[in-house]
Design a protein around this ligand. Structure first.
Ligand code: MF3
Ligand code: CO
Length: 290
């Protein structure tokens, strides 16, 4: 960690002298690092000015998902959802973050039933009664990023799939309760994994969440199968996604060989995912996008 001199300006951009600002904060982080923990670099800790910009981006992200929630129904194609996302985002001045991201061809990910994530919208995929679908929206505004996703049940959904969707939602809430300054990402992960396992489901291991704000995907990579007291320190200012993918059956997955993106459950069982973007604050957390 690079540190200013005691009388130099603090790294956080407050304009205060370092000795009057983050000096104790940095010492606390150094002590935790000396105990063998992973700690965030200053570059991952968002300043108040950056947080304001990220929240502006998230306003669009939330509005897009609200629009999807109000219009999604059986009989529409996932390409139609993609058009809604593009139109609402751009009308509000944003850019859909997935579009052209590492070659991703659409503005949103739509993942149905046994698709775990990164489903590509298509005119040929028509939502039908009984489907469960994840719509994963990410926005860039003035270079600041937001990212969240929700599940939608189309028409009459079977009792077991509905329960999967509910357990995935509650898992996220249980994880969120563990987000507090000076805790560890593993505290959140274990809460999620324990809850999911107690319901007879499994958490996908290979795909996780991520830091976010100044980039789409920043450090840390966020697992939901790690243990309490492990993984990165949740220092105030850390902004990341909680987005565990929950399979009804086994946790194993595979990637579509043809499109290179879409991930499916290996055993064909349904999968569900809710995603929020959170900020660690001085006294807990703040939900940035949902
Ligand atoms: N929210 C997803 C993620 O963070 C969105 C991926 S966009 C894609 O992984 F372009 F990579 F598909
Ligand atoms: Co994400």
């Amino acid at each position: 960690m690079r540190k200013p001199g005691r009388n130099d300006a603090c790294w956080c951009g407050s304009g205060k002298k370092y000795k009057k600002c983050h000096i104790d904060f940095d010492e606390r982080i150094e002590e935790i690092e000396a105990e063998g923990h992973i700690v965030p670099d200053h570059s991952l800790l968002k300043t108040p000015a950056q947080i304001e910009k990220i929240k502006e981006s998230a306003k669009i992200n939330i509005a897009v998902l609200d629009y999807v929630a109000a219009h999604i129904k059986a009989g529409i194609s996932t390409a139609e959802i993609d058009r809604w996302v593009y139109d609402v985002t751009t009308k509000m001045g944003g850019i859909p973050a997935p579009l052209n991201y590492e070659g991703f061809p659409k503005s949103v990910c739509t993942s149905i039933n046994n698709e775990v994530c990164h489903g590509i919208p298509s005119e040929d995929i028509i939502l039908k009664d009984g489907d469960i679908v994840n719509v994963d929206v990410s926005t860039i505004l003035d270079g600041y990023f937001s990212d969240s996703s929700r599940m939608f049940c189309i028409g009459e959904v079977s009792e077991d799939k509905r329960r999967l969707v509910e357990v995935a939602k509650q898992a996220l809430q249980d994880g969120l309760k563990e987000v507090k300054p000076w805790g560890f990402l593993g505290d959140m992960a274990q809460a999620i994994n324990d809850y999911v396992k107690s319901n007879g489901y499994s958490v996908v291991r290979e795909v996780g969440g991520h830091g976010i704000g100044l980039e789409f995907h920043e450090d840390p990579w966020v697992s939901y199968v790690t243990e309490r007291g492990t993984e990165m320190l949740m220092a105030p200012g850390l902004c990341f996604t909680i987005e565990p993918m929950i399979n009804m059956g086994k946790p194993d997955i595979f990637t579509d060989e043809d499109n290179g993106w879409t991930i499916y459950t290996k055993d064909g069982s349904p999968s569900a995912q809710w995603e929020i973007q959170v900020l660690v604050t001085e006294d807990g957390y703040e939900i940035i996008s949902y």
